[in-house]
Design a protein around this ligand. Sequence first.
Ligand SMILES: [Zn+2]
Length: 306
Amino acid sequence: MVCRLTFLILILVIIQSHAQKKVCFTIDDMPLVTYGINDTVYQKNLMNKLIAALNTNNIPAIGFVNEVKLYRNDQLIPFQVQLLKSWLAAGLHLGNHTYSHPDYNNLSPSEFFKEITKGEQVTKKLLAEHNIKLTYFRHPFLHVGNTKAKSDSLSQFLADHDYIAAPVTIDNEDYLFAVAYKRAQDKNDTMLIKKIGADYITYMERKVLYFERQSEALFGRQINQILLLHANALNSDYLDALAKMFRTHNYDFISLPQALQDNAYQTPITVYGKWGISWIDRWALSQGKKGDFFKGDPETPPYIAN
Ligand SMILES: [Zn+2]
């Protein structure tokens, strides 16, 4: 009897340790972050590489659009719209990231709401062509409102307009790596380009492991994670390696609606600040966690950050 029980426990432990973890990839500042490169061949190539890496790895990603990037002198730029069309044609999803990426900490609610409405015009139509309703909203800088009143009024606006906010759990500084990567590309510094790419994957792996520990500490399990990335050259070159890293750590790739089915996302947030931080940190702060709880968050290497 004892023997059978031990066996059962052993089986349960094995199942537990092999349980697939889940992550949703979300990609901000669409169509692209190009640091001023207007070359359409460059941009098309960047977008194609992003899409190809997502498709070959079966990642049902969602991109969040800043529609300001679709216009020049108030005129729609067909090429930029086409980039979004190719994204949707590849079976990927889109959401609203406001028109021009303003900081909610510096705007009144009504000014910010105008940005949301202005930022949905084209994306809504493009999604409708695929019979998809525009549903998801991502806060620029992950700023949800630095007071309860501001946060509540934004939540109310989103609910009234049938939006669902898209939290982030695996927050990171991919954008700093991307700037360094672009600088290295400008200098044709092949060694540095490779070093930044390799260090980026190592850094992201540490971030994943850190937020796994935080998930375990807060929920006693691995919650569905939501990863934040940006639509830049670094990610177009390294998305495949990033996907491989996640698979090595036993991850399945899921869509945003699938990720949000995890009831962790119902955890109340009761503290507010100017911060743009992981939702895991917000939940932890709301539960009174302090100092030590947040220890070990991987730092961006100084040569990237400075
Ligand atoms: Zn953004």
